[in-house]
Ligand binder design. Structure first.
Ligand code: ATP
Length: 390
């Protein structure tokens, strides 16, 4: 439909970027990106007329538009004609740039191919920078020598693709990348943009491989300030046991689970990470709770004396699931691990039948004492002292 509508409007339309790469690799891709040689806004408007149920989003300023499909999939449209203003008061100058210029602004050759979908040219591969050959050889190559300087987050993107596809860096690209790293370009990059890349790392299947690459290319502590790279621990952390994986379902912020693994051996340093990146309040609070929760658990659980169930419950109840696996690995005594498992499987689900309502019925007013009594009842139940009838 896109190709047909574009053809009717006299525009050339292309699929571009990651989707083309993944189609050629025979892999699934989530997002569809189109570039049109013409006004993308006009094209999307026209598409909307034929398919009135679609949700359209237009960005006039950037001449881009998106369509949200019924299944939630997002389809992006960009215009390869760039309008820019030379000085604030000047008339807009319309630069009739072509698909080639659009592709030239991209990161690596394998991401700079286009597949034409214009009527009469459907399926023609447009590959001006040799992306297809690099894809076949498994090579990540920048399009020009200033690429990493122009956008240092490409350093991280390169390592992510290396890890994902098991590719190699082309020689010149590798030395450009190393130069960019040693001239500290990542330090000058906005933390928000680096954070976006970090989140993408943790969405990868083999995150361990990517961490290894970050370390190899000297950007590990740039990305994770003050973190120690401990390969053995990281490999255990990111290959969690099948048995444990059921707790992962409780995790609300999966990428934070990854960050916690990186700092697990030195949790107090995670504050450097918190300070560097623009986290949401929820993300920040989760990290603080995990640091505190694990710290307290490590003081209590390895104790040689017999710890009461309610003490374990009290200590662990505020530890978010993002920290479960880290704590489990950090407890090296078998007995401590067993007690933690007991918390995970039983203790935290114990609820006395007596509730606040019962206390109210006895004439007690809600307040600090009220809370204290309820907590005490819960503690007794957890310790098995209070037995209630079914
Ligand atoms: P993924 O499979 O991880 O989504 P992708 O290649 O589709 O990979 P996107 O971030 O969705 O990645 O970007 C889509 C396309 O936009 C890329 O294929 C690339 O052509 C271009 N692109 C993205 N980020 C950059 C960047 N920092 N510099 C240059 N081009 C970029």
């Amino acid at each position: 439909t896109v190709g047909k509508t574009a053809s009717l409007l006299g525009m050339r339309a292309f699929l571009v970027g990651g989707i083309v790469r993944d189609l050629l690799l025979g892999q699934k891709q989530k997002d569809l990106d189109f570039v049109v040689e013409g006004d993308a806004l006009l094209l999307v408007k026209e598409l909307g007329k034929n398919l009135p149920t679609l949700k359209l989003i237009s960005h006039e300023r950037f001449k881009t538009a998106s369509i949200i499909l019924k299944n939630g999939q997002k389809v992006d449209f960009a215009t390869s004609r760039v309008e820019f203003y030379q000085y604030p008061a000047a008339l807009p100058e319309v630069e009739a740039s072509t698909i080639k210029e659009d592709l030239y602004r991209r990161d690596f050759t394998i991401n700079s191919m286009a597949l034409e979908i214009t009527f009469g040219h459907i399926g023609e591969l447009y590959d001006p920078f040799g992306g297809f050959a690099d894809l076949q050889e498994g090579i990540i190559r920048v399009l020009h020598n200033l690429s990493f300087i122009e956008d240092p987050t490409r350093i991280l993107r390169a390592l992510r693709f290396l890890g994902r596809f098991n590719f190699k860096l082309e020689d010149n690209t590798e030395s450009l990348l190393l130069d960019a790293v040693s001239s500290g370009l990542l330090e000058l990059t906005s933390p928000g943009r680096i954070l976006q890349e970090i989140k993408l790392f943790f969405a990868e299947k083999d995150i361990f491989k990517i961490l290894k690459l970050l370390n190899h290319y000297g950007v590990y502590t740039e990305v994770f300030p003050k973190a120690h790279y401990e390969e053995e621990f990281l490999s255990r952390y990111f290959t969690f046991s099948f048995e444990f994986s059921r707790y992962l379902k409780e995790i609300k912020i999966p990428w934070l689970f990854g960050v916690i693994g990186i700092y697990a051996k030195n949790l107090t340093e995670i504050s450097k990470f918190r300070k560097k990146y623009p986290l949401t309040r929820e993300e920040e609070e989760t990290l603080i709770k995990v640091t505190k929760g694990i710290g307290e658990a490590l003081k209590l659980l390895p104790s040689p004396r017999d710890i009461k169930g309610h003490e374990i419950y009290e200590t662990l109840k505020n530890l978010p699931p993002e920290g479960f696996w880290a704590l489990y690995l950090l407890l090296d005594r078998y007995r401590a691990k067993v007690r933690f498992r007991q918390y995970l499987e039983e203790l935290r689900f114990i609820k006395p039948k007596i509730t606040g309502e019962d206390l109210k019925a006895l004439g007690l007013k809600p307040g600090p004492l009220f809370r204290e009594i309820l907590n005490k009842i819960k503690a007794l139940k957890i310790d098995g002292v209070l037995k209630e009838q079914k």
